[in-house]
Ligand binder design. Structure first.
Ligand SMILES: [Zn+2]
Length: 668
């Protein structure tokens, strides 16, 4: 009897100790059915009460994790100060932070740290001088209408190729200059105020500053008119235009390319990629025809804008009012320490990352994620085999590409060496300049060198992930691989719906409208049969139509073409993650936990991963310039197209999320 009791007690404990569901019912909105609006049903309770912090433009999972990452990095930086005596890397981190935190010293110096730059700009007397500065200022991170940076050659992934890319606008996108609705006019007015403030603060009289600011805005508007739309900017074929230097000179006359390239410290090269030829030609024409005085003002405001965060308070305030308040809706400035952390991250990110992973990334996580990634890759391969719209030959080619995926998890194998960078605790602007210059020489040094396939495009403490078509790799930084995105202590269903769908998303980018044009070696090459590519384009055009019809702000719709790649990745990522989850069950039914089946928890977990709310200014910026659709749509649209969701929640005609079987989109 006694033994039996003990056995029962143990069983009860065993049942209670089963994995938790990983759901957040406290975030649910009980008024909304999961069949009508999954995002709202899963997150609506939270959305109703969520307060976006005054210094932020959005709030949700990403914000919470970024907050956590920021706090951890701050601690790392403060510890670095204690180790500075014996550790040169720690000394750099500590000094960079200290220089930015020392507001009194920054205030006392006034404009003097940027005075040499302003004098250099003032001394420009000819078109050639102007071109020299348009190149030279790029060394210290000042934006230019023709931005120069090496990337992997789109058609030869073993080499780097210098990109000549459209840039140089103070507003987030060309649309901000060219559209005339109230929101855009308001943003332009804020920009004009900002330009005027920068000119006044650096010595111009008010009326004078206003006139000059208007002239700069007019110049930028001409640049904007010639710029390509964001959708075209993301098109890897349209933006691949390799030119020898002789061809470049013919294609973009009016500039002295030798001077421009040399002043930007570009090493000897044989060719460039002229990403937007028509724009470059127009920009060159403006550089040689618009008044030199306006160009000098343009250089001056670009330079002041770049260094404003490290200048006296009046500059910091002007910078905040435009960049954060007007463009993202933030109401308060971020605390100084957060801005200082960001500055250290931008300049010494990998040195911080090395310390971050030592403390916050357990080796077991790497192994667990690696297993998940392998399961997702397997599921994707099975999906390819099952496709009804693709021929066997193209399927074989797709499998071949999938087989060549590289996977990076957590942090890089080799850490970047910052030992040549001079950092001074009393020189905030100088540190920003030297940090940018150090980085500029580092990236320019890639030209004429073989491609470094071990390199990372994000630091480990970044809450994000990416696919890089040129290296055919998926990359998951450490800071992303933690609850609530990934929680090894909870049941699998939610993890597959959450981090699993993200892994699926990144894998799918290799097969989205852009990624599908690259082969497994990272080269732009048509590995599809013509008929299969046509079938793919037909399928994806339905997705474009779906998103074009979604109203994100009154009168403003999602751009289906611009967001297509992300929407393909979301849809396929979700569907392949579901398949991987099913495979992980090995034919056994998933347990019911908290009243939900495994299949239901998978989709609830997916919707929960999009928990976020955003200010309308930020939303506008996102719709105009970001290839990602707003989160609410990213949560629901893929689900609407997924049979397993309709089965799991027994949806029927009349439900908000209902879509008839023959209208559901499946691509991969
Ligand atoms: Zn993506």
């Amino acid at each position: 009897m006694k033994l039996r009791q003990i056995a029962l007690a143990l069983m009860a404990v065993g049942a209670m100790a089963g994995p938790a569901s990983g759901l957040y019912p406290q975030h649910f909105d009980a008024q909304v059915r999961m069949q009508d609006d999954l995002f709202q049903a899963v997150n609506g309770g939270w959305v109703k009460t969520a307060q976006i912090p005054a210094d932020r433009s959005s709030w949700g999972i990403v914000g919470e994790l970024r907050n956590q990452s920021e706090a951890r990095v701050r601690e790392i930086i403060e510890n670095a100060a204690e180790q500075a005596g014996s550790d040169a890397g720690a000394a750099q981190i500590a000094a960079f932070y200290q220089s930015f935190m020392d507001e009194a010293a920054i205030e006392a110096k006034g404009l003097s740290p940027v005075q040499p730059l302003l004098e250099r700009i003032a001394s420009v007397q000819s078109r050639l001088d102007l071109q020299r500065e348009l190149g030279a200022l790029q060394l210290i991170g000042v934006d230019s209408p023709l931005a120069l940076a090496p990337e992997v050659d789109g058609r030869d992934s073993r080499r780097y190729l210098l990109q000549v890319w459209q840039s140089g606008l103070g507003l987030p996108d060309r649309d901000y200059y060219l559209q005339h609705d109230a929101a855009m006019r308001k943003a332009r007015a804020a920009y004009l105020d900002y330009l005027q403030a920068l000119l006044s603060l650096s010595g111009a009289q008010p009326a004078e500053a206003k006139r000059r600011a208007q002239a700069v805005l007019a110049l930028e508007t001409q640049l904007a008119r010639a710029q390509w739309s964001k959708a075209d900017e993301y098109d890897p074929l349209k933006t691949y235009n390799k030119r020898t230097l002789a061809e470049l000179r013919r294609a973009v006359p009016g500039l002295d390319w030798s001077v421009l390239l040399a002043s930007a410290a570009v090493p000897d090269i044989a060719a460039v990629n002229l990403a937007q030829p028509s724009y470059a030609k127009a920009a060159a024409r403006l550089i040689s025809t618009q008044p030199l005085a306006v160009w000098k003002d343009y250089l001056q405001v670009r330079t002041l804008d770049r260094f404003a965060p490290a200048l006296p308070k009046a500059f910091v305030t002007a910078h905040f009012r435009f960049h954060a308040q007007a463009l993202t809706g933030a109401q308060e400035m971020r605390p100084r320490w957060k801005r200082a952390v960001a500055v250290v991250e931008q300049n010494l990110g990998m040195a911080v990352g090395q310390r971050y992973v030592a403390k916050y990334f357990p080796p077991e996580t790497k192994a667990k994620i690696d297993t998940l990634v392998q399961n997702l890759l397997k599921a994707f391969e099975l999906s390819i085999a099952e496709l009804s719209w693709m021929s066997p030959a193209t399927k074989a080619a797709a499998k071949e590409k999938l087989g060549k995926y590289a996977v990076k998890i957590g942090y890089p194998e080799r850490w970047r060496d910052y030992s040549g960078l001079v950092v001074r605790a009393d020189d905030a602007v100088g540190n920003l300049q030297r940090g940018a210059e150090f980085d500029h020489h580092y990236v320019m040094g890639r030209l004429n060198q073989p491609v470094d396939r071990s390199e990372w495009g994000m630091t480990p403490q970044t809450v994000n992930a990416y696919y890089n078509p040129s290296l055919n790799e998926i990359v998951f930084p450490a800071a992303y691989l933690q609850p609530p995105y990934f929680d090894p202590s909870v049941d699998d269903a939610v993890n597959y719906g959450n981090i699993g769908a993200t892994i699926g998303h990144e894998i799918s980018h290799g097969f989205d409208d852009s990624g599908a044009q690259f082969d497994g070696d990272g080269n732009l090459r048509m590995w599809w049969s013509k008929a299969d590519k046509a079938a793919f384009d037909k399928l994806t055009s339905q997705l474009v139509k779906d998103f074009d019809a979604l109203e994100a702000l009154p009168g403003r719709y999602v751009n289906g073409k611009l967001t297509l790649g992300e929407n393909i990745a979301d849809l396929s990522g979700l569907q392949v993650a579901y398949k991987a989850y099913q495979l992980s069950l090995n034919g056994q039914p998933a347990p019911v936990i908290d009243g939900y089946s495994g299949e239901q928890r998978f989709f609830i977990g997916y919707a929960a991963s999009w928990r976020e709310t955003m200010r309308k200014e930020m939303l506008l910026q996102q719709i105009v310039s970001d290839p990602h659709a707003p989160d609410h749509f990213r949560a629901n649209q893929p689900v609407i197209n997924t049979d397993a969701y309709h089965q799991a929640f027994a949806t029927k005609a009349g439900d908000g999320m209902w879509r008839p079987l023959n209208k559901r989109i499946r691509i991969w």
